[in-house]
Design a protein. Structure first.
Length: 388
């Protein structure tokens, strides 16, 4: 009986119910999305830098070097001598030293001049074609291939800098030698070629008196090397060692206040939703007091009437949580589909955040319903029946 009455009372005021559901769902979706997204982005940032212990580049901003070398989101501070990379490779503390040369792009994707071990370092494999074997051959990442439509055998020219506004190097076209399978890492958003290709485009010939790279990606042999090698590198003229884990953490910490503001806004939405719920229940009670009095006269207890009103608030929270879950899922899917193609979605983690949000909303709904329950307990049956 209680269940039928709950749905009957809700159907009597659909617009108030829809408004309360909308406010509560938006608040829940905002809170869940911000907490979940913050965790996903931290995991995504760590995954992109996986295996890269130190970035060695020209002196300047350490964060800028990390953003340019690991995430390809900034411009480098300058170049370093390839001889310095060779010296680092021979260092007893270094397991790997992979040189990369940046400068050009195609359709907004970085063209990365490097050595053959770069592709294996990121765990990428060929979907078609072959890896670059001669200068001006290039293997394109999965996301670049999907965005540009380039395939094996096609030619393209690079533009200086990021984006499509740079000067095209039409005299030195690249040939697509292979297309890489998706990895979920930053290599999906790049075009991989040989170091000699970059030297050809920018110097006019493959052999240079002073060969240069933009960065060296170092993988170290031990934690002791991580503690000592950056200091040794920074003592060399023109070189700077940046630790991606430290710089990424600093960047995320600097945006904590933004996440805090958005979380506060989500909390305000949830409180507004609970206030709307309280108002809706009080208005419903004012209209339903005669009906509740009849139910009391027919033998319904105060506890049953309280269960009726509490049931209404629980139905609202349940519907709101389902809508919030759907909104959150769509938002994360859109982020993965259109912004961060390599973003790994931890569904189990998202479900736990959703459960936590549902618990908080349920507790707040119970608190918001307490004034209504108090009024129900004091309904004057005789007065209500005599007024009819």
């Amino acid at each position: 009986m209680i269940t039928r009455l709950v749905f009957r009372f809700l159907c009597d005021r659909p617009w108030q119910f829809a408004l309360a559901v909308t406010l509560c769902a938006l608040g829940l979706a905002s809170a869940i999305s911000i907490v979940w997204l913050q965790s996903l982005l931290e995991t995504h940032a760590r995954r992109q830098a996986q295996g890269i212990d130190i970035v060695v580049g020209a002196q300047g901003s350490a964060l800028q070097n990390v953003l340019a070398a690991v995430y390809y989101l900034d411009v480098p501070n300058g170049n370093i001598r390839l001889a310095e990379v060779d010296a680092l490779r021979a260092h007893p503390m270094v397991a790997k030293a992979i040189p990369i040369a940046l400068g050009d792009s195609v359709a907004g994707a970085r063209i990365v001049g490097t050595t053959p071990e770069f592709v294996a370092f990121y765990g990428a494999t060929l979907a078609s074609g072959e890896l670059p074997a001669v200068p001006m051959d290039a293997a394109i990442g999965a996301a670049v291939a999907a965005r540009t439509g380039l395939k094996v055998g096609d030619n393209f020219v690079g533009a200086h800098g990021l984006g499509d506004l740079g000067v095209d190097h039409e005299s030195h076209p690249y040939r697509v030698s292979g297309v890489l399978n998706p990895t979920g890492r930053v290599i999906d958003q790049t075009v991989v070629t040989l170091l000699e290709s970059v030297w050809l485009v920018h110097e006019g010939h493959a052999a240079s008196a002073e060969k240069e790279a933009t960065f060296a990606l170092l993988q170290l042999k031990s934690p002791i090397a991580m503690a000592t090698l950056p200091r040794l590198i920074n003592q060399k003229a023109g070189l700077q060692a940046a630790v991606p884990a430290m710089e990424s953490a600093r960047l995320l910490i600097s945006f904590d206040w933004v996440a805090l503001i958005v979380k506060a806004f989500a909390g305000v939405l949830i409180v507004a939703a609970m206030a709307s719920l309280l108002g809706a229940l009080l208005q419903a009670l004012a209209r339903q007091e005669p009906e509740l009095a009849v139910l009391r006269a027919m033998g319904a207890s105060r506890a049953q009437l309280a269960a009726l009103m509490l049931g209404e608030s629980m139905v609202l929270v349940a519907v709101s949580s389902v809508v919030a879950g759907a909104l959150t899922a769509v938002g994360v899917w859109a982020l993965q589909r259109f912004a961060l193609a390599g973003l790994l979605i931890d569904v189990e983690q998202g479900f736990l955040f959703w459960l936590a949000g549902l618990l908080v909303a349920t507790l707040m709904a119970i608190v918001a319903t307490i004034p209504v329950l108090w009024r129900i307990a004091s309904v004057d049956v005789a007065a209500q029946l005599s007024s009819r």
